[in-house]
Each structure stands twice: as C-alpha cells, then as structure tokens.
Design a protein around this ligand. Structure first.
Ligand code: AMP
Ligand code: MN
Ligand code: MN
Length: 319
C-alpha cells in the first residue's frame, strides 16, 4: 500500500495529471489528490494538469486551477499519473511525467502497463477515485475533497450500477456522504443532465444506429460535420455508448466519433459476454472488461468490419 508521507518526503514540487479527454473519474481523482496535497502538504508546491474538462465538472473545488499548458520549469520531484494506463494517454502532460525525478501511477485499468516507478494498480477497483479514497486519511477528507471523489465513483460505476461496484465502493460512498456533500446534486448535474444539443446528438446517434449479429451488436457514429452542426465537442458525447448498450438483446455496443479526417475515437461497452478490453487492446487501445476504448485510423466501414470481427470471435467462442 502506498504511503503519501513516504512519497512526498523531501519533495518540493509535485505534479498530478490524468488521461486525455478527462472523464469524471479522472477529473475527480486528480482534483481530490490536488486539494489534499495543497491542504496537508503546504511545503510542497503542487500543480494539476488536465485537458479541458466538461462544463458541469467546474462545480468541483480546484477545477479553475487546472493547468492546460506546460509550465516553463518542467522538472517535478514527483509526478502522479491517475486513471491512466500508459504515458501516451497522459497527452501533453506526458512530458512532465517523463522528466520527473520520481513517478507514481494509481489506476484501475486491466490494460495498465505499470509504467511508473511506483505503481498502485487495482483492476478490480471501481474507480481511481476509490483508490485515492483508500490512500487518504479518512478524517482529513474535507467536504470539497469528498465531492470530487464521489463524482469520480459515480461516473465510473454508472451511478453504482456496473458490476465494478463492490461493497467497498458503497462503503466509500457512504463515508463521503457523511462529509455533508449533496450526492443527488452531483449525480443530477454531472451525470444525467445534458444540454439540448447533447440530447439532439444522442437522438441522432440512436436513430441512425444499426444492429448486427442478430441484434447482439449495436453500432453508431457521429461525424465531425454533425458535431459542428450541433455545436458539440467530443466531451459532450459521453453517455451515447451507454444508451446504445442498454438496448434489449445487445451484448456489445460500439460508438465512433471522428477526431479528424480518417481518425476515429471508438468507445466499446458490453453486458455480460464480451471482454471489450481485449478487443480494444487488439487495436492498440485499452480499458476495462465492460468499458474500453481505442483510436482507429481508416474509414468507418473498416472500423466496423474489423471491430465487429473481434467481437464476433468472442461471441462465437461463447456460443
Ligand atoms: P471511453 O469509451 O473513452 O469512455 O473509455 C472507456 C474506458 O476505456 C475508460 O476507462 C478509458 O480510460 C479507457 N480507454 C478509452 N480509450 C482508450 C485508449 N485509446 N487506450 C487505452 N484506454 C482507453
Ligand atoms: Mn477514466
Ligand atoms: Mn477510471
């Protein structure tokens, strides 16, 4: 088990970063650790780096202090990579990780390569936020830190729904609620609430979805042109793949959106039979058994054919 006191001994500068296109868990775990270090290790100068976060996450304390660009002095004594399986997925902050004197990785991706000097990787954990909760001294968790951790756990468990939700997850959530946070508000505002444009894009993706393999696989995609038309960004498309997944009879859901011409971000979700992390890893991506992702270069047609091919292999094995 990691000990913050040991990691931070003699440390003057600490940096924290999560994966590209930050989600709730990544943002929540980074901001929780950031606040904790700022509060209880005032002798350490701590910075947090993330790409732009969804608007609704700005309710979290410290969100406005997130740095989106590299600093002049890139040498950190210790650098934490959270909710991230490899250096590449740290995006622009990867440089800081590589140049740090000491590196720490805290994560729950099965595909994690244990790429830091110190690694705390628990594939069974619901979320990195739950791992950060375990790391912190309970009585030192403030209401603001609890909000960040709760948001992270809520997002990675699909509001305590997915199979990664363990008794320990509920115990952590209960303890966080005892800190006086407004749990329902965090869930409503950051998980369920969508802008009108987001709902329109969701509607389009559902309307144009196609089912394959007797309805066991469902697929849909959104082009850059549509995103521009509706005025939405990549971070606004979260949740579409989950809605595809809940379709009756579906074992695996595949959702694509265009990053740039000829390059797609692919999100994979499954119910019970398909290990989508295996499929994602086959194409150079990663993730979890029930939720994974990858970047695909080629046409939509190639993407569907190839990815569905890998899903089919698993479904045939199962049959
Ligand atoms: P997403 O579909 O982006 O919501 O991602 C689902 C899960 O897979 C998350 O835990 C991501 O961190 C992980 N993931 C997504 N894309 C990649 C990728 N290209 N490489 C590794 N892991 C990924
Ligand atoms: Mn994540
Ligand atoms: Mn996570």
């Amino acid at each position: 088990m990691l000990k913050l006191d040991e990691i931070l001994k003699g440390v003057k500068r600490a940096g924290i970063a999560g994966h590209v296109r930050p989600d709730g868990d990544c943002t929540g775990s980074c901001l929780a650790l950031y606040q904790y270090l700022r509060m209880y290790y005032p002798e350490v100068s701590t910075d947090v780096y993330l790409e732009e976060i969804p608007n609704s996450f700005h309710m979290l304390t410290g969100a406005d202090e997130i740095r989106h660009e590299l600093p002049e002095d890139t040498g950190y004594d210790v650098f934490f990579a959270l909710d991230c399986g490899d250096t590449k997925r740290l995006g622009f902050a990867g440089t800081l990780f590589e140049q740090a004197k000491k590196t720490v990785c805290i994560d729950h991706h099965v595909s994690n390569l244990a790429f830091a000097d110190v690694n705390q990787i628990v594939p069974d954990a619901s979320s990195t936020s739950e791992l950060i909760y375990d790391l912190l001294e309970k009585e030192r968790i403030t209401k603001e830190i609890a909000e960040a951790l709760y948001l992270g756990i809520v997002h990675d468990t699909g509001v305590f729904q997915y199979s990664c939700t363990k008794p320990s997850t509920m115990e952590a959530a209960a303890e966080l609620l005892r800190k006086g946070i407004d749990g329902p508000k965090i869930i409503e505002k950051t998980f369920y609430e969508k802008t009108y444009a987001q709902n329109q894009v969701l509607g389009k993706a559902l309307l144009e979805s196609i089912r394959l393999m007797d309805g066991k696989v469902i697929f849909s995609y959104i082009t850059k042109k549509s995103m521009n038309f509706f005025g939405v960004k990549a971070k606004d498309l979260e949740g579409i793949v989950s809605q595809l997944r809940v379709t009756t009879g579906v074992e695996a859901a595949i959702f694509l959106y265009e990053l740039e011409s000829g390059e797609f971000k692919v999100s994979l979700r499954s119910k019970e039979k398909v290990d989508v992390s295996k499929v994602a890893q086959y194409f150079g991506g990663g993730g979890h058994v029930r939720a994974a992702g990858l970047t695909f270069r080629g046409t939509v047609h190639d993407a569907v054919n190839n990815i569905v091919g890998q899903v089919a292999l698993q479904l045939e094995e199962e049959a």
